[in-house]
Write a protein that binds this ligand. Structure first.
Ligand code: AMP
Length: 401
């Protein structure tokens, strides 16, 4: 099956055309700055990067350019548009309603609209992608794959906050969790790799990128996760503070005379690695500065590691038996130091890393067992692939699986 995977941001459209039988990416690309002088970048049949400039007023026009490109005889990605069997959309928030991917119809669209209140930066552009596809590729089935769906298996003790219950009733304030597609993908891959039955597989998945979250997976299902009502909670991130004492919010608002939009900006955009180090949200730059003797950069990296260790510890207790600790995404896949520090000193718990393998540059992009032979918990590097997971989910839903 050929699935067009779409991930729309407020002024961007990312896509991949994937054959689900073998995971082959026929082509992929990105349009940025939609609404003005847009930049279109895609990859040709031989992996060569091609860039073009277009004036695109909205997402529908952007999708029009993508679709023309897919059938352009110069590239031969597909002969005819009818060869695209389905479209899979990344949708960030599915509220409590969606615990699985679904075929998009009017009811699903109005639910995604409803949950825009919970994800105001993400659901509206995801909807733009859906509406654009209905316009440009009418008749092609569309599937919504939700970031929140995987976490709908969490027990009440994981997802409720101990605030007055009426706020759950009124506003559905609870933990939702995010990055579900990635956590699910690496769980499936790790279970396959370790030849374990997913139904009894326990692991801690560390998705560490610019946004990061950690999930406790029990018997193949999400049992707890670090991101909460919004993606602000949890570990220290590129520009997000992660978990802090909520009283800091009112204290700062009073002292600095800030309104809600300003404090939101501080905690979501000006905190984390960037805010504390004053250097960058990119761990590579923070690390370089730390190596040059910048004290705040060094501490910022320690804060990141400490926050991850807190969740690993908590989830070890939650799970009781941990078959695997999995590192994925930009930092998890590439930063040997962070991986090493996250599991340092855990030998007494049956967790021991082979630091020599962990430091090998050749493991980049490869599913690799990073643990010592006797380690009861296998420490794995599993490259994530959210687009492939979305394509697979789309195929499963279309085929009624
Ligand atoms: P993601 O959100 O998964 O794309 O991850 C992006 C983040 O991964 C960047 O902001 C960097 O902090 C981090 N990253 C990417 N490559 C490396 C690397 N080679 N070493 C350390 N961190 C990296």
């Amino acid at each position: 099956m050929k699935v067009l995977v779409i991930n729309c941001g407020s002024s961007s459209l990312k896509y991949q055309l994937i054959t689900t039988e073998d995971g082959n990416v026929i082509t992929k690309g990105l349009i940025e700055k939609i609404g003005g002088n847009s930049e279109f970048c895609f990859y040709g049949k031989n992996g060569e990067k091609i860039t073009q400039s277009h004036k695109l007023k909205d997402h529908a026009e952007a999708l029009g350019v993508v679709v023309s490109n897919l059938v352009d005889p110069a590239y031969k990605f597909v002969g005819r548009l009818e060869e695209i069997d389905a479209i899979g959309h990344r949708v960030v928030h599915g509220g409590e309603e969606f615990s699985k991917s679904v075929i998009i119809d009017d009811r699903v669209i109005s639910s995604i609209e409803k949950y825009a209140e919970l994800a105001p930066l993400h659901n509206p552009p995801n909807l733009l992608g859906i509406h654009s596809c209905s316009k440009v590729l009418p008749g092609t089935k569309q599937v919504a794959v939700f970031d929140t769906a995987f976490h709908q298996t969490m027990p009440e003790s994981s997802y409720f906050y101990a605030i007055p219950y009426e706020y759950y009733d009124k506003y559905k304030i609870r933990r939702y969790g995010f990055h579900g597609t990635s956590h699910r993908y690496v769980t499936i891959k790790a279970a396959e790799f370790l030849k374990k039955d997913i139904e009894s597989f326990n692991c801690i998945t560390c998705h560490l990128g610019n946004g990061s979250s950690i999930t406790a997976v029990k018997n193949g299902k999400s049992a707890d996760t670090s991101m909460g009502f919004t993606p602000l909670e949890g570990v220290v991130m590129g520009t997000r503070c992660g978990t802090i004492d909520p009283n800091i919010v009112y204290f700062l608002m009073n002292k600095e005379n800030m309104n809600t939009a300003q404090i939101d900006q501080v905690l979501n955009k000006k905190s984390g690695l960037a805010g504390f180090s004053g250097i960058s949200n990119d761990l590579r730059e923070v690390t370089a500065a730390a190596k040059d003797g910048n004290r705040r950069a060094a501490i910022a990296r320690d804060l990141l590691v400490k926050s991850i260790r807190r969740y690993i510890g908590a989830y070890m207790v939650e799970l009781g038996r941990v078959d695997s600790i999995i590192f994925t995404a930009g930092i998890g896949e590439n930063d040997a130091y962070v991986r090493e520090k996250c599991v340092e000193g855990l030998e007494n718990f049956g967790i021991a890393m082979n630091t020599e393998i962990n430091r090998l540059p050749s493991i980049r992009g490869q599913l690799t067992d990073l643990s010592l032979d006797g380690s009861k918990t296998r420490i794995l590097l599993v490259p994530t692939n959210e687009e492939y997971m979305i394509a697979m989910e789309t195929a499963w839903v279309i085929n009624g699986k």
